[in-house]
Ligand binder design. Structure first.
Ligand code: FE2
Length: 312
């Protein structure tokens, strides 16, 4: 039996200035779907109707959406979560069931969103008038994970694993294995391969979003897309580097509203039977290639915003 969540669908952020947010997101490599007075919807090149929403309000994160496993009916989850299914009045439509995680973050389970046509990918063969040197923003394909700082590490891990069937992939500890620093969890789709993690939860002094991560079409996009952002003086936080756990190539950028966005590419995937590893970290133990992370990367936590704080 697989888990009830098959994939991450979207992040719902809030920002006081949608013009600035739109400019950053376009330069980061997302594609505009719809802009209303108080909302901005962006997609990637994959079939999802949107993967990133910004609502007008104080800067932070409002919610995260997850796709319900197609083998399960969202209506059948109402009793289990003591919540009602509602229609979604947003691009792609569909239905939604809203929950709240132990940190007060809204989690939206969604099903039945209408998919859109995928956009063309990079040409692999140079045509008669092609050139090797490409410019422009990264081509973002899809949202792949979020990471949270939390003051309730074990409670948060237990909540996501028990409610959604997320499986532990790798765990980091300091000193002894009981002293957990953070855990990577992945979706349970049986023998269907999934990414190394759909969520990373790390012990921190605050509760909030550490970052949202976007898979780019190919690893080259991390370099060309990074050049494009550097040329426009965006706030670069960390990268380009490689996480040893999950073989992920990364580059982290801060939005104008202090929400960290990651360009990401990985070649490693797992199934439900892949092994869980506990990994010791600490001074002198290096697990990532590239430079040491700056302090503001380690401490990053964008605030969790409640719907009543929004102006939409
Ligand atoms: Fe990440």
């Amino acid at each position: 039996m697989s888990g009830i969540v098959s994939a991450i669908a979207y992040v719902r952020l809030s920002a006081p200035d949608l013009d600035r947010q739109e400019k950053f997101l376009l330069d980061f490599g997302l594609i505009k779907v719809l802009r209303t007075q108080d909302r901005l919807y962006m997609r990637g090149i994959s079939e999802s109707p949107f993967i990133h929403v910004t609502e007008r309000g104080p800067a932070g994160i409002v919610a995260v959406g997850y796709d319900v496993n197609p083998a399960i009916s969202i209506e059948d989850l109402q009793e289990r979560f003591n919540a009602r299914v509602e229609p979604i009045d947003e691009p792609g439509g569909g239905k939604r069931l809203a929950l709240t995680d132990p940190n007060g973050l809204t989690v939206e389970l969604v099903q039945g969103r209408e998919q859109v046509e995928a956009l063309p990918r990079h040409a692999r063969i140079r045509g008669t008038d092609g050139i090797s040197k490409e410019h422009g923003p990264a081509r973002v394909e899809r949202l792949v994970h979020t990471a949270y700082q939390t003051t309730r590490l074990q409670e948060t891990i237990d909540w996501y694993q028990s409610n959604f069937g997320f499986l532990p992939t790798d765990e980091l500890y300091i000193g002894n294995p009981e002293n957990t620093l953070g855990r990577f969890v992945r979706a349970d789709m049986g023998e269907e391969p999934v990414h190394h993690h759909i969520l990373f939860v790390v012990r921190g002094e605050k509760d909030g979003l550490h970052h949202a991560s976007f898979e780019v079409e190919r690893v080259d996009d991390i370099f060309t897309g990074g050049d494009y952002l550097h040329a426009r003086d965006y706030d670069h936080v960390r990268g380009i580097g490689r996480h040893a756990l999950g073989s992920q190539i990364f580059d982290y950028w801060m939005s104008p509203f202090d929400v960290m966005h990651e360009h990401w590419s990985s070649t490693e995937q797992m199934t439900a039977s892949s092994r869980f590893n506990q990994v010791q970290i600490g001074p002198g133990m290096v697990h990532d290639s590239g430079e040491r992370p700056p302090e503001r990367f380690v401490k990053q936590a964008s605030p969790i915003i409640q719907r009543q704080e929004l102006t939409t």
